[in-house]
Design a protein around this ligand. Structure first.
Ligand SMILES: Cc1cc2nc3c(=O)[nH]c(=O)nc-3n(C[C@H](O)[C@H](O)[C@H](O)COP(=O)(O)OP(=O)(O)OC[C@H]3O[C@@H](n4cnc5c(N)ncnc54)[C@H](O)[C@@H]3O)c2cc1C
Length: 475
């Protein structure tokens, strides 16, 4: 008989969290810590959402989205998770750029970027300083009409080399383009520039397992392989429960960590929203997706230090179409050494490229397999510039595409970084439409990435707590 993943669930919980991405996990933990009964439902067999990993024969472990995040993660993890989790967050100092315009290494912080842009790119110090200050003071309530392109034009007109240095890593980090509001760039870039790029020592599996232990300690009822099919809404337009694996469970509030559009249109149903809200939700643009190639060396094989994160491109200037094209000419390599996963002796490389869902969605199975092979082969060829013996050393190669991301996370179009900016407003206004329905997950560019997702989970938990206990907000 099939295993019942919902065995012994209660009939009712104060809160149901749909999805265990970093925002869902954080909301579940905070709300349980505040004394609410919480049910966390994840359709996959593993918690973490995009913050995930997989294992392959011969002891290989690959991290999917552990390439780097800003220092703010330390504080958020200490405050909303545990000191132990915060203590594993360490800086990555070897950030590298290799492209036809420049070749450099940096610690990716304001001091080092100021040095580079003044000394190597010859821009006056005052301009660079003014740019950093301008980007840093941008906040959500500012004028949002300026685009990233206009921001760069204001400070670095005609300097596609400087633009590339400033923009390429952020595009890889959250899928943003020159046409997005400058504020999304200002916030994310300044977060990184404050102290550089950080990682979780020990790997995503260690982080997620520590989070799971903390949630269990706080009483979260965690269920994997449990796909929510429906959000149930009463005649007074308040949530009353969910249907998961065919079973109804009642609840007082819902935090959906599923994709924003999936939450509104697939799970809740457009009939439960005002027309103008549903139309505004229709118009929300999803962010792009990703392809990755996972490469593990044979046990005992190693490569010389290549840096931690390498932004490789064969193009001149910052070219978003080239970055998204299936004809790959830009890649970000993450190099993992044994010291990034203490106790494990393997050398692993993950190559990431941003990608369009439509370029992969409709390929026949045969063409799809061929395209994946081509992606893997092209990546190994490219990588041989940095790891010359890679073809002899390699033990395992595997590719993922936007279809893979859609399959595992249910995100519409395999969106890696949620929605464009306008999604944030829709996400925040959800509870005004349906009482007790909250969304916490990558939206608006600002609230995506590991730090953005955790912090959005915190913000939304506070709102849920107020909804459930209006007299005393406790988180
Ligand atoms: C290739 C790649 C590389 C990345 N690299 C970085 C990086 O280096 N640094 C960084 O900061 N960020 C990175 N990111 C982004 C980062 O991983 C995500 O922004 C973040 O993890 C998203 O968290 P989330 O809370 O929005 O939820 P998600 O991770 O999107 O999780 C949503 C969860 O909901 C579940 N779910 C959906 N529908 C249902 C349903 N109906 N029932 C039950 N469960 C459901 C899904 O299975 C999933 O587990 C990367 C992303 C990708 C794809």
């Amino acid at each position: 008989m099939a295993k019942d993943f919902l065995k012994d669930t209660q009939d009712y919980y104060d809160v149901v969290v749909i999805g265990s991405g970093l925002a869902g996990l954080t909301s579940a933990n905070i709300l349980a810590r505040a004394g609410h009964s919480v049910l966390l439902l994840e359709h996959h067999y593993q918690l973490g959402g995009m913050a995930t990993w997989f294992k392959r024969r011969n002891g290989h472990i690959f991290d999917i989205s552990l390439h780097g995040f800003p220092v703010g993660m330390i504080k958020s993890c200490r405050k909303y998770w545990t000191q132990e989790i915060a203590d594993s967050i360490v800086q990555l100092k070897g950030i590298r750029f290799e492209n036809p315009q420049f070749s450099l290494r940096t610690t990716f912080d304001r001091k080092d970027f100021t040095r580079l842009i003044t000394e190597q790119f010859g821009v006056p110090y005052e301009t660079v300083d003014e740019f950093f200050s301008f980007a840093r003071q941008m906040n959500f309530y500012d004028d949002q009409s300026m685009t990233v392109r206009e921001l760069f034009e204001k400070f670095f007109p005609g300097r596609d080399d400087v633009v590339r240095l400033l923009m390429e890593p952020i595009t890889y980090a959250n899928g943003s383009t020159l046409e997005d509001p400058a504020i999304t760039y200002g916030i994310v870039f300044s977060n990184f520039m404050s102290k550089g790029v950080y990682t979780f020592e020990g790997g995503t599996d260690k982080l997620v397992n520590q989070m799971k232990a903390e949630m269990e300690k706080n009483g979260v009822d965690i269920r994997i392989r449990s796909q929510v099919e429906k959000i149930e809404i009463g005649p007074d337009r308040r949530v009353t429960g969910i249907v998961v694996n065919g079973k109804r469970i009642g609840c007082g509030a819902i935090v959906s960590n599923a994709n924003l559009k999936q939450t509104i249109f697939d799970l809740a149903g457009r009939e439960n929203f005002d027309n103008d809200f549903a139309e505004a939700a229709d118009a929300v643009r999803l962010n792009t997706s990703s392809c990755q190639v996972y490469i593990a060396l044979k046990p005992g094989e190693e490569f010389e230090n290549c840096g931690d994160l390498l932004f490789h491109s064969e193009h001149r200037g910052f070219d978003i179409d080239a970055m998204l094209s299936r004809d790959v000419s830009s890649r970000t390599f993450s190099f993992y050494y044994p010291y990034t996963r203490p106790g494990h002796d393997r050398y692993v490389i993950v190559s990431s490229t941003n990608a369009r869902f439509e370029d992969w969605a409709n390929l026949s199975e045969e063409d799809y397999a061929a395209a994946k092979l081509e992606l893997s082969e092209g990546t190994l060829d490219c990588l041989s510039q940095y790891v010359p013996n890679i073809r002899e050393q390699v033990d395992h190669v595997e590719a993922s595409t936007p279809r893979t991301f859609q399959h595992y996370t249910k995100h519409w179009r395999g969106s890696s970084f949620g929605t464009k900016f306008e999604g944030l407003d829709i996400s925040k206004r959800l509870p005004e439409q349906v009482g007790g329905l909250f969304h916490a997950g990558s939206v608006g560019i600002i609230m995506s990435g590991w730090l953005g997702a955790v912090n959005y989970g915190v913000i939304v938990s506070n709102d849920v707590d107020k909804y459930l206990t209006p007299a005393a907000a406790t988180v």
